[in-house]
Design a protein. Structure first.
Length: 240
């Protein structure tokens, strides 16, 4: 894993884009693994700026990490809506080539199986990741097996509280989600984990210096042959 420490959030987004842009330039029909949360927003702004300068996403496909149970297309807090509003509607990607787990499926287990089948057939050239304050990646909470594939997750109390900022109240945050598993994430040819801000400092420390263990799901990326952790100074503060 290559550790890249940058000054601030702006530099983190630009550094991430440098890696993503190289993939997109090398392969017009690249397959991207995308993430939600506030951290990748700067990267998405850079990707939109790249499009405005002539980079095309017409042949690109994408697979998102996760979705809340019960939410999807048309729901303001769904990860599908987040992706449409913050990236897809601003670039020339074919929306039918963008994939987010089907949180609205009445049979979540079957939604997991079909997402998993798609992932098996579509290896991501690059996987973007944020990190939870407890070290989670996607919605793989501490304790999740490194061999896990797409599954239904019971969100930890911690995560529900963290994500309440996107809802009117914590009681509105769904308690379950569909998430790519850690094995799916690790199948990508390259993995880029972003961490920004002081509240991620402990998770970054555990990811870099701790034991490689399901106790800190993000630590798994140290075992990937082509992975990056891009952290701003605040998130990297405990590493000095
Ligand atoms: C959610 C998402 C994760 C994301 C995390 C951190 O739990 N499922 O994929 O990494 O939030 O979000 P933020 O980037 O807003 O700190």
């Amino acid at each position: 894993m290559e550790l890249i420490i940058v000054e601030d959030y702006d530099a983190l987004s630009k550094e991430g884009y440098r890696i993503v842009e190289a993939v997109l330039k090398a392969k017009q029909d690249a397959c991207l693994g995308l993430a939600t949360g506030s951290t990748p927003l700067g990267l998405y702004k850079e990707m939109i700026a790249g499009y405005k300068k002539g980079l095309s996403y017409k042949k690109v496909t994408s697979y998102n990490l996760d979705e809340y149970a019960g939410l999807g297309e048309g729901d303001s807090q769904s990860y599908r809506t987040f992706m449409n509003e913050n990236l897809f509607s601003h670039i020339d990607i074919d929306i039918s080539n963008t994939h987010v787990p089907d949180g609205k499926n009445a049979n979540l287990e079957s939604a997991c199986r079909s997402y998993n089948d798609m992932l098996a057939k579509n290896v991501r050239d690059i996987q973007i990741l944020g990190i939870g304050v407890n070290g989670h990646i996607a919605f793989n909470e501490p304790g999740t097996d490194f061999e896990s594939v797409t599954h239904v997750v019971e969100l930890s109390e911690d995560t529900v509280l963290q994500n309440a900022r996107f809802f009117d109240s914590a009681s509105e945050v769904p308690k379950r989600a569909i998430s790519m598993g850690i094995a799916n994430i690790m199948e990508a040819k390259a993995v880029v984990l972003f961490a920004s801000g002081p509240n991620k400092a402990q998770a970054v420390y555990d990811t870099v210096k701790g034991e490689i263990s399901p106790r800190c799901p993000a630590s798994v990326i140290r075992t990937h042959a082509h992975s990056y952790l891009i952290a701003d100074k605040a998130a990297a503060a405990l590493l000095q």
